[in-house]
Design a protein around this ligand. Structure first.
Ligand code: SF4
Ligand code: SF4
Length: 333
């Protein structure tokens, strides 16, 4: 079946640039399945937060000018726990002032309710990721209920460890007893060393094939309908057929081998890691070996010059293992 797939078209609107920003390499958890070097805790935070914010604005302006991007989906994410970043509040407050930015955070939810109370007003969405080795489930549920009651679009994401399956299923069941009916999803862990989809039994794959384990009430869904993009791309095949694809569909079908395909990662999805380096979301080199760093005082000059050549790239990797990356627009050249 894989050889028949010849094009993927993302459902992300063409005016949107999606950026995943890892603001810190410090995490208060140490999950055994966490990918290497994701939270070494060795990088100093940039002190020049005003420069960092201005550099983000430069990046937004360049993408507006060159690619007609008018909306920026900025996800503060880990490795490293983004809510531990000391500049979280300042950054989130300022970054929306001059551009159309939708702020999402992916967090282990370990911060106090007081911390969430001070930061929730700047956020558009929060995904609370649940890690079976470290979760305080009662606190996790209180945070979920609090954010839901603040009318934030929130969801819980249970990382299903195939080696601790029953424990993970029990946590999902416990979450279902929360006061508020926030969405609960369960996903396999496939982008970490030592685990891939082949580590899972068929029964486990069937469990995560339907990722949604609890649906919020219809009124809540309607209010946040823009964020419930169930289908993330359309897959097209040699015989002219097409099918909508969600979340882990490519990985579960083992249709995630795109080496030498033409990929739109530089135009659709960027990643900014905790030392400030800007790359394609899969760490693809989209700047032809230039080190583009958003923490740098000279970012403005460097980025405007180098970004001029930004265009789709040939996929340099054997396998595309990160869920959002599988849905980026790409095709056999
Ligand atoms: S919470 Fe996330 S970043 Fe922290 S150790 Fe676990 S998987 Fe890694
Ligand atoms: S690994 Fe990167 S370059 Fe390759 S298809 Fe996935 S997103 Fe595109």
């Amino acid at each position: 079946m894989n050889e028949q797939l010849n094009r993927i078209v993302s459902t992300q609107p063409s005016n949107v640039l999606d950026i995943r920003f890892w603001p810190t390499d410090i995490c208060d958890y140490d999950c055994t399945y966490c990918f290497p070097d994701s939270h070494p805790g060795i990088h100093r935070y940039p002190k020049n937060i005003d420069t960092v914010i201005n550099n983000f604005r430069t990046l937004f302006d360049v993408y507006t000018k060159k690619f007609n991007k008018t909306e920026f989906w900025l996800c503060l994410v880990g490795g490293g726990e983004p809510t531990l970043w000391p500049h979280f509040n300042t950054f989130c407050r300022e970054i929306k002032k001059e551009h159309n930015v939708r702020l999402k955070v992916t967090t282990n939810a370990s911060r106090t309710l007081r911390w969430w109370d001070q930061n929730v007003e700047y956020l558009d969405r929060a995904t609370l990721s649940a890690h079976h080795e470290f979760i305080d489930i009662d606190h996790f549920m209180k945070v979920g209920d609090f954010l839901y009651e603040c009318d934030l679009n929130i969801g819980a994401l249970m990382l299903m460890d195939c080696e601790h399956w029953d424990k993970c299923v029990a946590i999902v069941e416990k979450m279902k007893t929360s006061k508020q009916p926030w969405i609960i999803e369960a996903k396999s862990i496939v982008q970490f060393p030592g685990k891939d989809i082949n580590s899972y039994t068929q029964e486990q794959i069937d469990y995560v094939a339907n990722t949604i384990k609890r649906v919020p009430d219809p009124k809540y869904i309607l209010k946040h309908i823009d964020d419930f993009n169930v289908f993330q791309s359309v897959a097209l095949f040699n015989d002219g057929t097409a099918t909508t694809m969600k979340s882990e569909d490519y990985i579960h079908n083992k249709w995630n081998y795109f080496n030498d395909w033409t990929c739109h990662v530089p135009i659709e999805n960027l990643v900014i890691v905790y030392d400030g380096t800007v790359t394609g979301s899969c760490n693809a080199n989209i700047f032809k070996d230039a080190k583009i760093n958003i923490f740098s005082e000279t970012f403005k000059e460097e980025f405007e010059e180098k970004s001029f050549d930004l265009k789709p790239i040939k996929c340099p990797f054997k396998v595309c293992n990160c869920l959002p990356d599988t849905h980026i627009t790409k095709y056999i050249s």
